[in-house]
Design a protein around this ligand. Structure first.
Ligand SMILES: Nc1ncnc2c1ncn2[C@@H]1O[C@H](COP(=O)(O)OP(=O)(O)OP(=O)(O)O)[C@@H](O)[C@H]1O
Length: 422
């Protein structure tokens, strides 16, 4: 298994393949195994999501990979090396692990939590200090602000970010995530998912992610393993394949209704047209803002705060109504999306903000452009049209098959000597 880097300027460790072979867990006193003979090949650098109903064995399967739960049968190989009998404590230092409600130590600061595994691996002090800054920056938290805070002084979403920073701190090739975003509100969850997708594009770790939320699985997974009871694999494929050709009724049931709309989860904001929109700064003089409003070709501008983040939508009439006070004028921006957000997130944000568009942000929430509702609706139409076409083709194929069968039956019925056959 690739070791986490130990040299001062060594290359970043990228993902390692994981092979599960006949992995089984039988809890003491249980008649049935919780996980029964699971075999799975996970490629280096891919994100595999384990999804399935409650109690089907997702967490047990995941925790056997870092041996938080000892398998009762089968083998685990990481990076080609059999780790089934390796010292589990050593093993866990090479595997990142993030869980629901972040799992941070409450009596340690953010920095101490992140430094935990690098210190156990005896990284030099200066390197640990640099790494803390780097990790906080990576997960979008300002090091100056968050370094010395305690977990209780953070919001749920910020705690989750620190949880991910801690899991990645020792640069492990493999990251296991057990419902990491289960305990935060839906908008924060969307943003954390986007962050993970962005991180993974840079880091190429091998990620195994457990969730019972199929929409989350579609959004995050390169491949999804839909599990039924005792972790039996019902289907292990790309999100597209699972949505368009579910293997059986169990998988269709899990995909649920509205498969076409769920495909909105597969298209990213970055894949559609992001356009410029007139902006002003919150500290700009009022007369300049008025000039901008008149010359912008639109009667609305987006006000950015001091850090360049979307703050308010402002119409010309708003300033008049607020008697020239910028502080009172306009409508606060409720929701924004990043380029990694899905079209579904974007549609939700448009509906929340009710302005007909949503602001797109980059690192640390800075404004990058907008996506408008027409662009989103065109994409929805295209997706639905593609689905209809696919359904028509499948129907035509089916009819052709039936016609050929009927024809063959008629030919056969005539029999070789013209006699009807039994
Ligand atoms: N320590 C344990 N002792 C005995 N049985 C257990 C233990 N942990 C889990 N189980 C059982 O093993 C099965 C699988 O549990 P597991 O937590 O892996 O499921 P899961 O798919 O992750 O569920 P959920 O989505 O509800 O978290 C369940 O039937 C559960 O009751």
């Amino acid at each position: 298994m690739p070791e986490p880097e130990t040299s001062e300027a060594g290359p970043r460790s990228v993902g390692a393949p994981i092979e599960l072979e006949g992995l089984t867990k039988r809890y003491p006193g249980s008649r049935q195994p919780a996980v029964d003979n699971v075999s799975m090949d996970i490629k280096a650098g891919e994100t595999v999501v384990l999804v399935g109903p409650s109690g089907c064995g997702k967490s047990t399967t995941l925790k056997m990979i870092n041996r938080l739960i000892e398998p009762t049968g089968g083998r685990i190989r990481i990076g080609g090396e059999d780790v089934t009998d390796m010292d589990p404590v050593k093993l866990r230092r090479t595997i990142g692990y993030a869980i629901q409600a972040s799992g941070l130590f409450p009596h340690m600061t953010v920095a101490q939590n992140i430094a935990l595994v690098p210190k156990m691996l005896r990284w030099p002090g200066a390197r640990v200090r640099d790494r803390i800054e780097e990790m906080l920056d990576l997960v979008g938290l300002d090091p100056g602000e968050f370094h010395d805070r305690y977990p209780r002084q953070l919001s749920g979403g910020q705690q989750q970010r620190v949880g991910v920073a801690r899991a990645l701190a020792a640069d492990p090739p493999v990251l296991l995530m057990d419902e990491p975003f289960g305990a935060v509100d839906p908008i924060t969850r969307d943003h954390l998912q986007d962050e993970l997708i962005r991180l993974q594009r840079d880091l190429h770790k091998t990620i195994v992610f457990v969730t019972h939320d199929f929409d989350e699985a579609i959004k995050i997974g390169d491949r999804i393993a839909v599990l039924r009871e005792r972790s039996h694999i019902a289907q292990f494929d790309t999100p597209e394949a699972i949505l368009t050709t579910p293997a059986d009724d169990f998988v269709s049931g899990f995909v649920g209704a509205g498969a076409a709309l769920k495909r909105l989860n597969l298209t990213r904001v970055g894949d559609v047209a992001i356009t410029d929109y007139p902006t002003v700064g919150v500290d700009d003089p009022l007369d300049e803002i008025l000039v901008r409003l008149r010359s912008g070709g639109t009667d609305e501008v987006l006000v950015l705060d001091q850090r360049g983040r979307p703050y308010k939508w402002l119409r010309r009439g708003d300033i008049m109504r607020a008697k020239g006070s910028l502080a009172r004028a306009g409508v606060l921006v409720q929701d924004t999306v990043t380029r990694d957000a899905t079209l579904r997130d974007a549609l939700e944000a448009v509906l929340t903000d009710n302005t007909g568009r949503v602001a797109v942000t980059g690192r640390r929430g800075a404004y990058e452009g907008v996506v408008d509702v027409e662009t989103l609706m065109n994409s929805v139409h295209e997706l639905l049209e593609a689905d209809r076409l696919e359904a028509r083709e499948a129907q035509a194929g089916l009819e052709e098959q039936r016609a050929a069968q009927t024809h063959a039956e008629q030919e056969g019925a005539a029999g070789p000597g013209g006699e009807p056959q039994a």
